[in-house]
Write a protein that binds this ligand. Sequence first.
Ligand code: SIN
Length: 485
Amino acid sequence: MLPLNDPQLLKQQIFVNGQWRDADSKDTLAIDNPATASKICDIASAGLSDTQLAITSAHQALQSWRNTTASYRAEILKRWHDLILENINDLAAILSAEQGKPLAEAKGEIRYGASYLEWFAEEAKRLYGDVIPSKQGSQRLLTIKQPIGVVAAITPWNFPNAMITRKVAPALAAGCTMIVKPAEATPLSALALAELAQRAGLPNGVLSVIVGSDAIAIGKALTDSPTVTKLSFTGSTKVGKLLIKQCADTVKKVSMELGGNAPFIVFDDADIDQAVQGAIASKFRNAGQTCVCANRFLIHQDVYQEFTDKFVAAAQKLILGNGADTGVTLGPLINADAVKDVHTMVCDAAKKGASRRLGGQPSSLGTNFYPPTILTNISANMRVFNEEIFGPVAPIIAFETEQQALQLANATQAGLAAYLYTQNYARIWRFSEDLECGMVGINEGIISSEVAPFGGVKQSGNGREGSKYGLDDYTEIKYLCMGGI
Ligand code: SIN
């Protein structure tokens, strides 16, 4: 890992009730760099008793935190935001080392992650209720919004910083306390965030970070606990469904940001150069390991050849390598299993008739690297069409009519993002309204922003993160009926 200006940001213990501690069991967990396959460090690996302590301290801290003023909470969130940006180089070095993405992209994630803290520091002050006109002259009806309570967040390895702040910021802004369980592959970014939160003045117990190799047991302890009133999860649809079931017994509110299978649709009237630029950004961001990545490219037959040739030429310019090295634009996948999964899907497509226009074989750079891959002659019976690829593989399929494009785009149980390239305004409206998804990029390949609602429909989950709607997932509406007036 690149040397840090502030070595105190590389934490090797869990963070519970404002204390850095080893696990009760003294167990540890090795954290590896996916680019070099070498160990970065060992960290404490929490178990059930550590998780229970985090829940108890979150509950204790809630009693005072929920009664603080919004501007007090906002000040702490803002200080935390500023500290993150002051330490961006160190945080990016940690993130790139544990996750693999190139340094420039890691810095982009740190800025993106910090933006949620600033946004919700401001939104905290706008947690308005309503005055409702009553049917009775003797009554006055009101609503107030209150924090939902102790929240658990289970976060993924693909954005080890931003997927935490996107949940912690609205939760803390609303007056909730939170226990974060980051992915066991990438906990160092989460722990560095906790260190900066403490420096920003966050009271003990308001935020705890529990890391452990037994993710199933920790997840079960969080979902079984009646003290935890809400679970926010980002990750696979399979795990999300399991967690929803586990939350049923205690009737927890859940927010689920699950897998996608985004169509990237290019019509014959599109600006093809703009579409290629968007395709590269959307497909190869984080080496294709994002839920909103373009997963299937649906290209009108009249521009199919031009788009494909230009897309291949642009993808050939990507530089695969260790994210810490200058000039690298595409990092490794998270581990060798991910490479195996991606390659199995490519082989399935090839066996069913797909052509490898670019890449399509594991890279000689190391076990965790997979090159940019573009497949043509795709059909709907291939796994790359039906499943989330989560790697740098772009399957291209030609369509003839708008109706056919819509049918292909919606032929999935996932409904997170979709991308649409056309200059026809009537079609933009028609198509955007008919797409079964939560977010549409129109002549745009990167759509994520703290000011906009992020989330999906169908089996891509529920709830919205970011935007003016983001606080709703962390609040309850209470209705007050005042009589005798
Ligand atoms: C994700 O892949 O889960 C999040 C991507 C984003 O926020 O853009």
